[in-house]
Write a protein that binds this ligand. Structure first.
Ligand code: HPA
Length: 270
């Protein structure tokens, strides 16, 4: 895998991606942050050697390099999901490439369902901790030790300092920012009522189909990581309405400006 990562990073460097400080992964319906970036270079995923290729059409599937709030950033517009048929190693591969490009801090966004019914759709949740329900680990492969500690510590997977900054910024800006536990499932089907009940019982506040593999790999590589969920639907097992993916995407876009404001303000402070 080291050979592949190096090859991918070298390709991006040859395309003008230079040392960057911050990597950003944008979730479903959350691509508008890219409008705020002074883009220096962008490359479609399907042109990047060893990259998984984008399949779900609402993901634009581009890796961007540019300046945001005076910092050099690499941004994934659209990510890879296990539900598209990728392995956990594929899904988290771009994080390894980012690290190879010198990135030390990873910021992640996603769309998630609110399991904690005190949280409403359209609001944001800062991820404080997670539960991996994707059935395996992105670190479960031969040779992982060559890339970092196999038995990666997960006592604090989300950076405490970044999270306090996020909370202070949200307070300043009058943005509601809940804090909670994100559970990652495989999907792509949404949860049954019984599954939402279970998620609540095991301590999840939100549920989605991403983020956890990328965060595990960021921890494997000793990167600082933080993530915010945009809550797109309310998962009340006793009053469950059918959701449709278009509504989820529309709700993500509606809540997106607040997430963008927080990401920008944070990046300015980093
Ligand atoms: N479940 C899983 N993933 C999701 C949900 C949900 O309710 N909402 C947005 N992504």
């Amino acid at each position: 895998m080291i050979k592949f990562i190096t090859e991918t990073a070298n390709y991006l460097k040859s395309k003008g991606f230079e040392n960057s400080e911050i990597g950003i992964i944008l979730g479903t319906g959350l691509g508008q942050l890219t409008n705020e970036i002074d883009i220096i270079k962008e490359v479609s995923y399907n042109h990047i050697p060893n990259f998984p290729t984008a399949t779900v059409e609402f993901h634009k599937g581009k890796l961007m390099y540019g300046t945001l709030e005076g910092k050099k950033v690499v941004v994934m517009q659209g990510r890879f999901h296990v539900y598209e048929g990728y392995s956990l190693q594929d899904v988290s591969y771009p994080v390894r490439v980012m690290e190879k490009l010198g990135i030390k801090t990873l910021l992640v966004s996603n769309a998630a369902g609110a399991v904690n019914l005190n949280f409403k759709k359209g609001e944001l949740m800062l991820i404080d901790d997670h539960i991996n329900l994707q059935g395996s680990s992105p670190l479960a492969f031969k040779g992982v030790s060559a890339l970092g500690e196999r038995f990666t510590d997960m006592s604090q997977p989300y950076d405490a300092e970044i999270n306090s900054k996020f909370k202070a910024l949200a307070k300043d800006k009058g943005i509601t920012l809940h804090e909670g536990v994100y559970a990652s499932v495989v999907g792509p089907q949404l949860e049954t009522r019984a599954e939402y009940r279970m998620l609540k019982i095991i301590g999840a506040d939100a549920v989605g189909m991403s983020t956890v593999p990328e965060i595990i790999v960021a921890n494997h590589l000793n990167m600082r990581a933080a993530a915010i969920s945009v809550l797109t639907d309310e998962c009340d097992p006793d009053n469950l309405k059918p959701v449709n993916i278009d509504e989820i995407i529309a709700m993500a876009s509606k809540a997106e400006p607040e997430m963008i404001a927080l990401f920008k303000a944070l990046i300015k402070e980093l």
